[in-house]
Design a binder for this molecule. Structure first.
Ligand code: C2G
Length: 446
């Protein structure tokens, strides 16, 4: 019996895929089809797949052309499969011509003609598209626009900045069609709003956008008090819109897996979380402007607060803050949390530099995430017996904003169901910590 194997994502299965499977099957007596997992696609840079691996497997099965369907989950698996299943022919579309010649050592390699005029990319472009408007055209918005281009089914249609000249320059640089003269004009030109304005304006813009019936993706910190956050979530619930915080760490692949590993007990009971985020910044920067709610806490605390609150919970007994002040803002703050059976601490700084790593200590071992841990592609789980140590590697493409954008866009297009990686409880607690700091409770200035 001649065995043939082929692989693919088979997203939005179409006639090109069917022709390919038919041609592959005709080469032998038994066709094995390898369907890529969602993670493997992410790893090889395919960010925009619409169907998940189960949908895509079902679609391949429904063609009736595959005698066996397997999952492809890692680079190099093709050689393993060829040997494991005793494959005679590896077949793939002609867009890959030459690329898989290295498999000739293991079996015959056949490049089959690709069907012209149809592709998953083209079908994805025909699907409904989310129009995004941007409020604020500063440095984070400049990173957002190119990152959004890696995510399918969205278009940046408008931008607003009270400084109209700056807005015009931004729109012309990034090819954004509408220079909105007011927030209302922006809302008219989009379905969802990305709030990338200074911290102290988040609440006002997010509220106005939700009231106008728009979904909102809001930069960190979401808002600076728990009450404001509660109000915005209540508004989002009333209007049936999504309100999500644009926290890149929460959505990047490495952190996502680290979180699930820790929750499943790989280091036992967690006794301490310590994380640091420092970025030396020009003293004249808005980020250090006391009149614009600048400072290290407002700028960076959302990052270490994520693992602390997600892993240790939101019922802390007390928090003490120690801040090194200059010109009315904290150039550096160390915070220490006491929980019932754990402690946590973080350092954030705009005027003091420190090692930006994260260590999470448990009763069976610890996790070490090297700097910059908040956009990591790598971490280690370490034990007393070093032979048990394990290293984990993940993709982290570009600025890493594409992961949160993908989550935001697909939550909306897949029926408006919020699938946030950060629970509302944690988001509210983050705002509460910021509020406590701003009120000066247990803040020791040095
Ligand atoms: N294909 C085709 N004609 C099209 C579109 C796709 O013949 N119009 C073929 C591709 O050449 C490939 C298969 O259909 O052989 C699946 O295509 P994709 O779903 O795009 O998967 P791909 O990224 O090519 O995965 O390990 C995965 C493989 O390396 C290839």
């Amino acid at each position: 019996m001649k065995k043939v194997i082929t692989y693919g994502t088979f997203d939005l299965l179409h006639q090109g895929h069917i022709n390919l499977l038919r041609r592959a099957k005709a080469l032998g007596d038994w066709l094995i089809v390898g369907v890529t997992t969602d993670n493997f696609d992410l790893e090889r840079g395919k960010m925009n797949t619409c169907g998940n691996v189960m949908d895509r497997i079902e679609a391949v099965k429904a063609t009736g052309l595959a005698d066996q369907v397997i999952i492809e989950e890692y680079k190099g698996q093709k050689i393993d499969d060829i040997q494991k299943y005793g494959v005679d022919i590896f077949a793939i579309g002609s867009d890959w011509t030459g690329y898989f010649d290295y498999l000739k050592e293991f079996c015959e390699v056949v490049y089959l003609p690709r069907t012209e005029g149809i592709s998953s990319t083209q079908l994805r472009e025909e699907r409904p598209c989310l129009r995004i408007g941007i409020v604020g055209t500063g440095s984070i918005a400049r990173r957002f626009v190119p990152e959004a281009a890696f995510v399918n089914s969205n278009r940046i249609t408008a931008a607003f900045n009270p400084d109209e000249e700056a807005c015009r320059a931004f729109c012309s640089e990034f090819g954004i069609p509408t220079v909105a003269p007011s927030p209302e004009a922006l809302f008219d030109a989009c379905d969802a709003v990305y709030v990338a304005s200074p911290h102290y304006t988040h609440y006002r813009y997010a509220k106005a956008a939700l009231e106008a019936g728009k979904h909102v993706l809001c930069e960190t910190p979401l808002v600076l008090s728990r009450g404001e956050a509660e109000e915005l979530f209540a508004l989002a619930d009333r209007t049936g819109r999504i309100l999500m915080m644009a926290h890149k760490t929460a959505y990047c692949p490495a952190y996502g897996h680290l979180f699930t590993l820790l929750k499943s007990g790989v280091i036992g009971e967690i006794a301490e979380v310590n994380a640091s985020v420092t970025t030396l910044t020009d003293e004249r920067s808005e980020k250090l402007d006391s009149t614009r709610w600048g400072g290290s806490m407002n700028e960076n605390a959302c990052f270490p607060l994520l693992p602390i609150l997600q892993l240790l919970g939101t019922d802390w007994r007390n928090i003490n803050f120690y801040s090194k002040m200059k010109n009315g803002v904290d150039m550096f703050t160390k915070a220490v949390f006491r929980f019932d059976s754990a402690v946590a601490s973080f350092q954030v700084g705009l005027g003091v530099k420190s090692e930006g790593n994260m260590v999470i200590s448990g009763t069976k071992g610890y996790v070490y995430v090297p700097a910059p841990w908040w956009k990591t592609d790598y971490f280690e789980v370490r034990y007393e017996d070093q032979n048990q140590n394990k290293k984990f590697f993940y993709p982290f493409f570009g600025e890493g904003l594409r992961y949160e954008i993908k989550e935001f866009v697909s939550s909306i297009l897949d029926g408006g169901r919020q699938r946030s990686r950060i629970s509302r409880k944690v988001l509210l607690a983050m705002c509460q910590v910021q509020e406590q700091y701003l009120k000066g409770t247990n803040v020791y200035k040095i």
